[in-house]
Write a protein that binds this ligand. Structure first.
Ligand code: ATP
Ligand code: MG
Length: 391
């Protein structure tokens, strides 16, 4: 088995993969008890279990860790049997969610061989064949995501130089990025997300491949694309992410139209601050923001030929969501939430009826109005003052 990784002009060929194993330099106690328990339980049943991916990337980069992924040689059915409170999810990639008493879960997946079922376009349609750790590491997306951690002896297992790439802040595809993006174009968005997260650069081959391959994003199911967009924008790095999306010109595969204006940037900064403060964030808010400038444009176009009324506005709003939905399939509650949030902007602008205060969505609509008044609509300051005073 060989793998070529490009380092500048050098291509390094890894033959018969053997890992560099070193003592991990972080404090073992940062691993949450439910993660330790899951690992120990799998070990007790005779299976190996390692932490993989995002935790190690973020931990070594000194970034707040989001979640923990465990990988094991136990098959999904075996994992399912060991943990009473668990369930198998995912059709394309079966993994097991192991729940703890707080109803949060850890993802446990089985080493995969990477011998996926590809369709005629080279796109993965199924990836269920199980394998060894040496095979598993090669089917991961980027070297920064390819580290394993052995909790039992507190060692870091590095097959592909991922630790160095984290230190040097380079996002490098494992294998030929053109093939890897063809197999799964979502990796393009993941590359962008990790570039922003680690404040990294993409290695040249990966960056070139994004330009060549970005139209493959059209092959992604609209539901998966919706999930990925939420990950992109419900992130502390959302401002860098939007800039990267625009500079790689992938916005056209994600949105009907996107305008990186002062309102959008203020709203993204606001979301990032809320994430830092552990305040709640909502996909309704973020999509309402992302589509707002398009909405304003559509309504302005209509005003040129006829007078607006609430029915016409509603129809125009629905048309925007219908079109966007073809790209990113949004659950119904989110679409309805967006329509409400937009229509509440008019109610807050036109009415002084304090009944609105008891509306569940008042807070979100008020925040939205404040952001507009601070950026694109300074004429709304008095209206904002009114709602600030009476609430
Ligand atoms: P985060 O959880 O912070 O979004 P992550 O890297 O942990 O980042 P997950 O989606 O949790 O992302 O995936 C866990 C690991 O699985 C990744 O680190 C990577 O090794 C692998 N992986 C995830 N998605 C893909 C993919 N589309 N192609 C190849 N490998 C993937
Ligand atoms: Mg993860």
């Amino acid at each position: 088995m060989t793998i070529n990784l490009q380092f500048g002009n050098l291509i390094k060929i890894f033959n018969n993969l053997s890992p560099v194993t070193t003592e991990a330099k972080f404090d073992k106690n940062i691993i949450p008890s439910n993660v330790c328990k899951t690992i120990k339980r799998l070990n007790k049943e005779g299976f190996s279990a390692l932490i993989v991916g995002g935790f190690l990337r973020d931990c070594l980069a000194g970034i707040k860790v989001k979640d923990y992924d465990i990988v094991t040689n136990a098959k999904p059915e075996q994992i399912r049997k060991i943990f009473k409170n668990s369930r198998i999810v995912g059709r394309r990639f079966p993994i097991v969610h192991v729940y703890d008493s707080n109803r949060s879960f850890i993802e446990v997946s089985t080493f995969r061989s990477g011998q996926s079922t590809l369709n005629d376009d080279g796109f993965i349609t199924r990836d269920t064949s199980f394998g060894t750790i040496e095979q598993d590491v090669l089917r991961r997306d980027f070297t920064v995501n390819s580290l394993y951690y052995n909790y039992i002896d507190h060692t870091l297992v590095d097959y592909l130089g991922g630790a160095n790439d984290i230190k040097d802040k380079v996002i490098r595809s494992i294998g030929n990025p053109l093939n890897r993006f063809k197999e799964d174009p979502v990796r393009i968005l993941r590359a962008i997300r990790f570039q922003a997260k680690l404040d990294a650069t993409l290695d040249k081959a990966t960056e070139d491949a994004i330009e060549i391959s970005s139209s493959l994003l059209m092959n992604i199911s609209p539901s998966r694309l919706f999930d990925e967009i939420i990950k992109l924008f419900h992130s502390r790095d959302n401002i860098q992410i939007i800039e990267l999306i625009l500079s790689y010109k992938v916005d056209r595969f994600l949105f009907t139209e996107l305008n990186n204006d002062s309102f959008l940037r203020a709203a993204l900064e606001n979301t990032a601050r809320r994430i830092d403060a552990n305040s709640s964030i909502s996909p309704i808010f973020i999509f309402s923001v992302l589509l707002w400038s398009l909405r304003v444009k559509k309504l302005t176009e209509i005003t040129n030929s006829r007078k607006l009324n609430s029915l016409i506005v509603r129809q125009s709003d629905k048309d925007i969501l219908l079109k966007q939905n073809k790209l990113t399939n949004m659950p119904k509650w989110i679409k309805e939430g967006i329509l409400d949030l937009w229509s509440m902007q008019h109610r807050l602008e036109k009415s002084r009826n304090s009944k609105i205060l008891s509306d569940k969505k008042f807070r979100m609509a008020y925040d939205f109005l404040v952001l507009r008044s601070e950026t694109i609509n300074p004429n709304l300051r008095k209206t904002v003052d009114y709602w600030t005073k009476i609430q």
